[in-house]
Design a protein around this ligand. Structure first.
Ligand code: ZN
Length: 422
């Protein structure tokens, strides 16, 4: 066999083995605890493959065996579960007004978190790096984790989409050019990625990704974007900026977006865009002048559910659903997903009010019948849903999962999908 072909064949079998391990890990994560035959049934892998994969994962300490008594007849049954004690992984979410570090065990169960508020009138690379280090150290201390137990730290940084110099942004784009300084200050294995890749990974490991191979998680907050999973893999693109759907065009010559362009999706369905819609409908409405974005969004459901529903707010939600439906239909035209989930605090606050109308508009505006069987719902990966009683947010658990994937790749158990430059 020529050398290149041999190399290809080798890489392929390694990839297949890596994919089998990932399938088994996902199945174990979903089940909590399972026997080898359960895992073979759920993953569709042969029992021989599951046995081989388990050998690899057991010797790496990634899973552990649990012996259970089977009532005195026959051999005791052996089940397997992820070995949370293998170490700790940390997910750090750098958002516009806070930095939050969440510590997980190696089975991705949340142990504790620490948050550092960031002042939106300050900023700068060193200011943000200081906040990341402070949040990380406080969180590790809070859960009693030693630095040598940390298998990896994932840091989610907003993407570099703000082109306009006139717009003040708390998290500066320059930080992407100083990742070495960030790594050096953290002093642990670090992987950096953007929040859209984190939410797509969270959905892939904890949400609908376990049942669908092509799906989109639409993030709705101050900024908006799409985490795209295409045929089982997070879509990254040449520069890892795939999914910046918030800055795709909804209206030619439309509203000015904070990126500097006109008519972006975000200028209509980002929180500031929704508030502007309300101001267009009723310029004197008290909520149109609410200075805090989160308070604004959280006041909307109450206004809709009042004994006399607020008509301006109802109209705002109708128009927002219309904008969102048209913009999601463009995603459907390009990606043709099986499933769309909505996440972020706009989705959590307004999901019940938005989703039925969004579904209708997406169906109407998508090409042909490409959205006929498309499911659209609020993501199940949200506050408190990953481990009972925990306060996990999708970005934190997603970026921690990327750090765990990187660790598994470094010890040779996965061929990573995370670009090595990050
Ligand atoms: Zn834009």
């Amino acid at each position: 066999m020529p050398r290149r072909e041999r190399a290809l064949a080798r890489r392929t079998s390694r990839d297949i083995r890596s994919e089998s391990r990932l399938d088994v890990l996902h199945a174990l994560l979903a089940a909590g605890e399972a026997s080898r035959s359960d895992l073979a049934r759920v993953t569709g892998l042969s029992t021989a493959t599951v046995a081989t994969v388990m050998g690899d994962l057991l010797s790496g300490g990634i899973v552990s065996e649990v012996r259970t008594e089977s009532g005195g007849i026959g051999r005791p049954a052996t089940t397997l579960r992820l070995n949370g004690d293998r170490g700790r992984v940390v997910g750090v979410d750098v958002a516009e007004t806070y930095v939050r570090a969440t510590v997980f065990d190696a089975a991705l169960a949340e142990l504790g978190a620490a948050e550092v508020a960031t002042d939106e009138h300050r900023g700068g690379t060193d200011y943000i790096i200081d906040a990341v280090v402070r949040a990380l150290e406080t969180a590790l201390e809070r859960v009693g984790a030693a630095r040598e137990d940390v298998l990896g730290v994932g840091v989610s940084l907003p993407g570099g989409m703000q082109r306009s110099a006139s717009v003040s942004v708390v998290v500066p784009n320059e930080i992407w050019h100083h990742l070495d300084r960030l790594r050096e200050r953290i002093g642990l294995p670090v992987v950096v990625d953007n929040p859209l890749k984190a939410i797509a990974t969270a959905e892939l490991w904890f949400g609908e990704g376990r049942r669908h191979s092509s799906m989109i998680t639409v993030n709705l907050g101050t900024g908006v974007g799409a985490g795209i999973v295409l045929e089982g893999k997070v879509l990254r693109g040449a520069q890892n900026t795939a999914g910046e759907w918030g800055h795709s065009l909804l209206a030619l010559g439309g509203r000015r977006c904070r990126c500097g362009r006109q008519g972006c999706v975000e200028a209509y369905v980002g929180v500031a865009g929704i508030q502007r819609t309300l101001a267009e409908i009723d310029p004197g409405h008290p909520l149109a002048a609410e200075p805090m974005q989160r308070e604004f969004i959280e006041a909307l459901p109450a206004a809709l559910e009042a004994p006399t529903p607020d008509r301006a707010v109802a109209e705002t939600i109708e128009r927002t659903a219309r904008y969102l439906g048209a913009s999601i239909a463009d995603l459907v035209a390009i990606i043709n997903p099986e499933m769309i989930t909505l996440t972020g605090w706009t989705a959590w606050a307004l999901g019940d009010h938005l989703v039925p109308a969004v579904r209708r508009w997406v169906r109407e505006e998508s090409p042909g019948d490409s959205a006929a069987d498309l499911a659209i719902q609020v993501s199940s990966v949200r506050k408190g849903s990953v481990t009972a009683g925990a306060d996990t947010m999708p970005v934190a658990v997603g970026i921690a999962t990327i750090a765990l994937e990187r660790f598994l790749s470094d010890v040779g158990l996965l061929t990573t999908k995370v670009p090595t430059a990050l």
